[in-house]
Design a protein around this ligand. Structure first.
Ligand code: AMP
Length: 289
Protein backbone atom coordinates (compact mmCIF):
# COMPACT_ATOMS: atom_id res chain seq x y z
CA UNK A 1 0.00 0.00 0.00
CA UNK A 2 1.26 3.43 -0.93
CA UNK A 3 1.03 6.14 1.76
CA UNK A 4 1.27 9.86 1.16
CA UNK A 5 0.55 13.01 3.09
CA UNK A 6 0.92 15.20 -0.01
CA UNK A 7 -2.11 16.36 -1.97
CA UNK A 8 -0.39 16.32 -5.35
CA UNK A 9 0.93 12.77 -4.87
CA UNK A 10 -2.55 11.67 -3.85
CA UNK A 11 -4.10 13.30 -6.92
CA UNK A 12 -1.47 11.77 -9.21
CA UNK A 13 -1.83 8.24 -7.78
CA UNK A 14 -5.63 8.34 -8.27
CA UNK A 15 -5.35 9.68 -11.78
CA UNK A 16 -2.66 7.09 -12.71
CA UNK A 17 -4.98 4.33 -11.48
CA UNK A 18 -7.71 5.66 -13.78
CA UNK A 19 -5.25 5.87 -16.69
CA UNK A 20 -4.52 2.18 -16.09
CA UNK A 21 -8.23 1.54 -16.53
CA UNK A 22 -9.27 1.13 -12.90
CA UNK A 23 -12.35 2.55 -11.22
CA UNK A 24 -11.19 4.46 -8.15
CA UNK A 25 -12.99 3.64 -4.89
CA UNK A 26 -12.61 6.25 -2.16
CA UNK A 27 -13.23 5.83 1.58
CA UNK A 28 -12.87 9.07 3.56
CA UNK A 29 -12.31 8.65 7.32
CA UNK A 30 -11.02 10.48 10.38
CA UNK A 31 -8.98 7.42 11.38
CA UNK A 32 -9.04 5.49 14.66
CA UNK A 33 -10.43 2.77 12.44
CA UNK A 34 -12.87 0.09 13.59
CA UNK A 35 -14.94 -2.57 11.83
CA UNK A 36 -17.47 0.08 10.74
CA UNK A 37 -14.79 1.84 8.70
CA UNK A 38 -13.40 -1.44 7.41
CA UNK A 39 -16.88 -2.47 6.25
CA UNK A 40 -16.70 0.42 3.74
CA UNK A 41 -13.48 -1.00 2.30
CA UNK A 42 -15.06 -4.36 1.41
CA UNK A 43 -17.54 -3.09 -1.24
CA UNK A 44 -14.93 -0.59 -2.46
CA UNK A 45 -12.51 -3.45 -3.10
CA UNK A 46 -15.21 -5.55 -4.73
CA UNK A 47 -16.46 -2.82 -7.04
CA UNK A 48 -13.28 -0.87 -7.82
CA UNK A 49 -9.85 -1.81 -9.15
CA UNK A 50 -8.09 0.75 -6.98
CA UNK A 51 -9.04 1.70 -3.41
CA UNK A 52 -7.92 4.90 -1.71
CA UNK A 53 -8.55 5.71 1.96
CA UNK A 54 -8.10 9.12 3.54
CA UNK A 55 -7.29 9.52 7.22
CA UNK A 56 -7.74 13.13 8.24
CA UNK A 57 -9.23 14.63 11.39
CA UNK A 58 -10.79 17.67 9.75
CA UNK A 59 -10.61 20.67 12.11
CA UNK A 60 -13.20 22.53 10.03
CA UNK A 61 -16.04 20.24 11.10
CA UNK A 62 -15.41 20.56 14.86
CA UNK A 63 -17.00 23.33 16.91
CA UNK A 64 -14.87 25.39 19.34
CA UNK A 65 -16.06 23.39 22.35
CA UNK A 66 -15.87 20.00 20.68
CA UNK A 67 -13.35 17.17 20.95
CA UNK A 68 -10.86 18.01 18.14
CA UNK A 69 -7.80 17.85 20.42
CA UNK A 70 -9.00 14.71 22.23
CA UNK A 71 -10.19 12.88 19.10
CA UNK A 72 -8.49 9.43 19.12
CA UNK A 73 -5.57 9.08 16.72
CA UNK A 74 -3.47 5.98 15.97
CA UNK A 75 -2.01 6.33 12.50
CA UNK A 76 0.35 3.31 12.58
CA UNK A 77 -2.46 0.97 13.56
CA UNK A 78 -4.81 2.55 10.99
CA UNK A 79 -2.27 2.11 8.18
CA UNK A 80 -1.65 -1.53 9.12
CA UNK A 81 -5.44 -2.16 9.03
CA UNK A 82 -5.88 -0.42 5.64
CA UNK A 83 -3.00 -2.45 4.22
CA UNK A 84 -4.42 -5.70 5.60
CA UNK A 85 -7.88 -4.88 4.20
CA UNK A 86 -6.47 -4.42 0.71
CA UNK A 87 -6.39 -0.64 0.27
CA UNK A 88 -3.98 0.50 -2.45
CA UNK A 89 -3.38 4.02 -1.22
CA UNK A 90 -3.70 5.91 2.05
CA UNK A 91 -3.82 9.69 2.15
CA UNK A 92 -2.75 11.04 5.56
CA UNK A 93 -2.40 14.81 5.26
CA UNK A 94 -1.64 17.21 8.11
CA UNK A 95 -4.07 20.13 8.53
CA UNK A 96 -1.43 22.47 7.03
CA UNK A 97 -1.40 20.40 3.83
CA UNK A 98 -5.19 20.57 3.46
CA UNK A 99 -5.51 24.19 4.62
CA UNK A 100 -2.14 25.88 3.92
CA UNK A 101 -3.56 29.36 4.48
CA UNK A 102 -5.59 28.39 7.55
CA UNK A 103 -9.37 28.14 7.40
CA UNK A 104 -10.45 28.45 3.76
CA UNK A 105 -12.33 31.59 2.76
CA UNK A 106 -14.46 29.74 0.22
CA UNK A 107 -16.52 26.96 1.78
CA UNK A 108 -19.47 24.82 0.73
CA UNK A 109 -22.90 25.83 1.99
CA UNK A 110 -24.65 22.56 2.90
CA UNK A 111 -28.10 24.08 2.32
CA UNK A 112 -31.21 23.72 4.51
CA UNK A 113 -30.56 20.07 5.38
CA UNK A 114 -27.24 21.13 6.86
CA UNK A 115 -29.04 23.39 9.37
CA UNK A 116 -31.19 20.70 10.98
CA UNK A 117 -30.58 17.90 13.51
CA UNK A 118 -26.79 17.49 13.65
CA UNK A 119 -26.46 20.87 11.94
CA UNK A 120 -28.59 22.57 14.60
CA UNK A 121 -26.68 20.91 17.45
CA UNK A 122 -23.28 21.48 15.82
CA UNK A 123 -23.38 24.83 13.96
CA UNK A 124 -20.95 24.83 11.04
CA UNK A 125 -20.43 21.06 11.18
CA UNK A 126 -21.83 20.24 7.74
CA UNK A 127 -20.14 23.27 6.15
CA UNK A 128 -16.88 21.75 7.41
CA UNK A 129 -17.84 18.27 6.22
CA UNK A 130 -18.95 19.43 2.76
CA UNK A 131 -15.86 21.58 2.32
CA UNK A 132 -13.40 18.81 3.14
CA UNK A 133 -15.34 16.20 1.16
CA UNK A 134 -15.47 18.51 -1.87
CA UNK A 135 -11.71 19.08 -1.56
CA UNK A 136 -11.10 15.34 -1.27
CA UNK A 137 -13.37 14.67 -4.27
CA UNK A 138 -11.41 17.30 -6.21
CA UNK A 139 -8.17 15.45 -5.46
CA UNK A 140 -9.53 11.93 -6.06
CA UNK A 141 -11.38 12.82 -9.28
CA UNK A 142 -14.04 10.60 -10.87
CA UNK A 143 -14.68 7.78 -8.43
CA UNK A 144 -17.11 5.87 -6.24
CA UNK A 145 -17.05 7.14 -2.65
CA UNK A 146 -18.26 5.01 0.27
CA UNK A 147 -20.01 6.51 3.31
CA UNK A 148 -21.66 4.85 6.32
CA UNK A 149 -25.36 5.04 7.13
CA UNK A 150 -24.17 5.43 10.74
CA UNK A 151 -23.93 9.13 9.81
CA UNK A 152 -27.16 9.10 7.82
CA UNK A 153 -27.57 12.88 7.67
CA UNK A 154 -23.97 13.29 6.51
CA UNK A 155 -24.62 10.71 3.78
CA UNK A 156 -27.75 12.63 2.72
CA UNK A 157 -25.93 15.99 2.72
CA UNK A 158 -22.98 14.61 0.73
CA UNK A 159 -25.36 12.96 -1.79
CA UNK A 160 -27.16 16.28 -2.22
CA UNK A 161 -23.91 18.22 -2.61
CA UNK A 162 -22.64 15.74 -5.20
CA UNK A 163 -25.90 15.95 -7.15
CA UNK A 164 -26.43 19.69 -6.87
CA UNK A 165 -22.82 20.49 -7.83
CA UNK A 166 -22.53 17.77 -10.52
CA UNK A 167 -19.43 16.30 -8.92
CA UNK A 168 -18.17 13.25 -10.88
CA UNK A 169 -18.48 10.95 -7.89
CA UNK A 170 -20.97 8.20 -7.21
CA UNK A 171 -21.84 8.21 -3.51
CA UNK A 172 -22.47 4.74 -2.08
CA UNK A 173 -24.18 4.26 1.32
CA UNK A 174 -23.21 1.26 3.48
CA UNK A 175 -25.09 -0.26 6.46
CA UNK A 176 -24.16 0.50 10.06
CA UNK A 177 -21.87 -2.01 11.77
CA UNK A 178 -22.79 -2.67 15.41
CA UNK A 179 -21.31 -4.26 18.50
CA UNK A 180 -23.01 -7.53 19.52
CA UNK A 181 -25.32 -5.63 21.93
CA UNK A 182 -26.40 -3.23 19.18
CA UNK A 183 -24.26 -0.18 19.97
CA UNK A 184 -23.17 1.38 16.67
CA UNK A 185 -19.40 1.26 16.30
CA UNK A 186 -17.85 4.70 16.63
CA UNK A 187 -14.37 6.04 17.33
CA UNK A 188 -16.00 8.06 20.14
CA UNK A 189 -17.08 4.86 21.97
CA UNK A 190 -13.51 4.75 23.30
CA UNK A 191 -14.38 7.76 25.50
CA UNK A 192 -17.00 5.75 27.42
CA UNK A 193 -16.39 4.42 30.94
CA UNK A 194 -17.58 0.88 31.70
CA UNK A 195 -20.85 2.21 33.15
CA UNK A 196 -21.38 4.60 30.23
CA UNK A 197 -20.64 1.83 27.73
CA UNK A 198 -23.41 -0.26 29.31
CA UNK A 199 -25.79 2.74 29.29
CA UNK A 200 -25.02 3.57 25.63
CA UNK A 201 -27.04 0.61 24.35
CA UNK A 202 -30.18 2.66 25.13
CA UNK A 203 -29.80 4.42 21.77
CA UNK A 204 -30.03 1.22 19.75
CA UNK A 205 -32.69 -0.24 22.02
CA UNK A 206 -34.85 2.87 21.56
CA UNK A 207 -34.40 2.79 17.78
CA UNK A 208 -35.02 -0.95 17.55
CA UNK A 209 -38.27 -0.55 19.52
CA UNK A 210 -39.41 2.25 17.18
CA UNK A 211 -38.61 0.07 14.13
CA UNK A 212 -40.53 -2.81 15.72
CA UNK A 213 -43.56 -0.60 16.44
CA UNK A 214 -43.60 0.59 12.82
CA UNK A 215 -43.40 -3.02 11.61
CA UNK A 216 -46.42 -3.69 13.81
CA UNK A 217 -48.42 -0.91 12.15
CA UNK A 218 -47.69 2.20 14.24
CA UNK A 219 -47.67 5.23 11.96
CA UNK A 220 -47.99 8.13 14.38
CA UNK A 221 -44.63 9.86 14.67
CA UNK A 222 -45.58 11.55 17.97
CA UNK A 223 -46.02 8.09 19.47
CA UNK A 224 -42.71 6.90 18.00
CA UNK A 225 -40.81 9.96 19.25
CA UNK A 226 -42.34 9.57 22.71
CA UNK A 227 -41.18 5.93 22.78
CA UNK A 228 -37.67 6.90 21.66
CA UNK A 229 -37.47 9.61 24.32
CA UNK A 230 -38.91 7.29 26.98
CA UNK A 231 -36.30 4.56 26.46
CA UNK A 232 -33.35 6.95 26.33
CA UNK A 233 -34.79 9.10 29.14
CA UNK A 234 -35.00 6.00 31.37
CA UNK A 235 -31.21 5.76 31.32
CA UNK A 236 -29.81 7.95 34.13
CA UNK A 237 -26.45 8.50 32.36
CA UNK A 238 -28.11 9.66 29.10
CA UNK A 239 -29.18 13.18 28.14
CA UNK A 240 -31.19 13.44 24.92
CA UNK A 241 -30.07 15.98 22.34
CA UNK A 242 -32.77 15.12 19.78
CA UNK A 243 -35.03 12.34 18.56
CA UNK A 244 -36.38 12.66 15.03
CA UNK A 245 -38.24 10.76 12.35
CA UNK A 246 -37.60 11.80 8.75
CA UNK A 247 -38.53 10.78 5.23
CA UNK A 248 -35.72 8.52 3.98
CA UNK A 249 -35.18 10.33 0.70
CA UNK A 250 -35.83 14.01 1.55
CA UNK A 251 -34.73 13.89 5.19
CA UNK A 252 -37.71 16.15 5.99
CA UNK A 253 -39.57 15.58 9.28
CA UNK A 254 -42.74 13.52 8.84
CA UNK A 255 -45.79 13.27 11.10
CA UNK A 256 -46.93 9.86 9.85
CA UNK A 257 -45.05 6.87 8.46
CA UNK A 258 -46.28 6.72 4.88
CA UNK A 259 -43.17 5.41 3.13
CA UNK A 260 -39.50 4.61 3.80
CA UNK A 261 -38.50 6.64 6.86
CA UNK A 262 -35.65 6.83 9.34
CA UNK A 263 -35.51 7.41 13.09
CA UNK A 264 -32.49 9.35 14.35
CA UNK A 265 -31.26 9.99 17.87
CA UNK A 266 -28.46 12.00 19.45
CA UNK A 267 -27.64 11.86 23.14
CA UNK A 268 -24.87 12.50 25.58
CA UNK A 269 -23.81 9.50 27.60
CA UNK A 270 -21.85 11.20 30.36
CA UNK A 271 -19.73 13.69 28.40
CA UNK A 272 -19.69 11.69 25.17
CA UNK A 273 -22.09 12.70 22.41
CA UNK A 274 -23.30 9.71 20.37
CA UNK A 275 -25.62 9.49 17.36
CA UNK A 276 -27.44 6.57 15.82
CA UNK A 277 -30.32 5.85 13.47
CA UNK A 278 -32.36 3.00 11.98
CA UNK A 279 -34.60 2.70 8.94
CA UNK A 280 -38.33 2.40 9.67
CA UNK A 281 -40.27 0.12 7.33
CA UNK A 282 -43.94 -0.76 7.67
CA UNK A 283 -44.77 -4.48 7.48
CA UNK A 284 -45.50 -5.46 3.88
CA UNK A 285 -43.54 -2.50 2.47
CA UNK A 286 -41.35 -5.06 0.72
CA UNK A 287 -38.19 -3.71 2.29
CA UNK A 288 -36.46 -5.11 5.33
CA UNK A 289 -34.79 -2.55 7.56
P1 AMP B 1 -15.48 8.94 10.62
O1 AMP B 1 -14.09 8.41 10.72
O2 AMP B 1 -16.25 8.89 11.89
O3 AMP B 1 -15.56 10.28 9.92
O4 AMP B 1 -16.25 7.93 9.65
C1 AMP B 1 -15.78 7.68 8.36
C2 AMP B 1 -16.82 6.91 7.60
O5 AMP B 1 -17.08 5.67 8.27
C3 AMP B 1 -18.15 7.66 7.52
O6 AMP B 1 -18.71 7.46 6.23
C4 AMP B 1 -18.97 6.97 8.58
O7 AMP B 1 -20.36 7.04 8.35
C5 AMP B 1 -18.47 5.54 8.47
N1 AMP B 1 -18.74 4.82 9.70
C6 AMP B 1 -18.40 5.18 10.97
N2 AMP B 1 -18.89 4.28 11.86
C7 AMP B 1 -19.55 3.34 11.14
C8 AMP B 1 -20.29 2.17 11.48
N3 AMP B 1 -20.43 1.77 12.75
N4 AMP B 1 -20.83 1.44 10.47
C9 AMP B 1 -20.70 1.83 9.18
N5 AMP B 1 -20.02 2.94 8.80
C10 AMP B 1 -19.46 3.68 9.76
Amino acid sequence: MEVTGRKEEFRLACSSARTEGHTVGFVPTMGSLHDGHLSLLAPAREECGFVAVSIFVNPLQFGPREDLAAYPRDLDRDLALCDKEGADLAFTPEAEEMYPEGAPRVTIDPGPLGERLEGASRPGHFRGVCTVVAKMFGLVGPSRAYFGEKDAQQLAVVRRMTGDLDLPVEVVGCPTVREPDGLAMSSRNSYLSVEERAAATCLYEALARAAWLVQGGEQDVLVLKAELAKRIGAEPLARIDYVAVVDESTFEDVDRIRGPSRALVAARIGDTRLIDNLPLRAAGSGENP
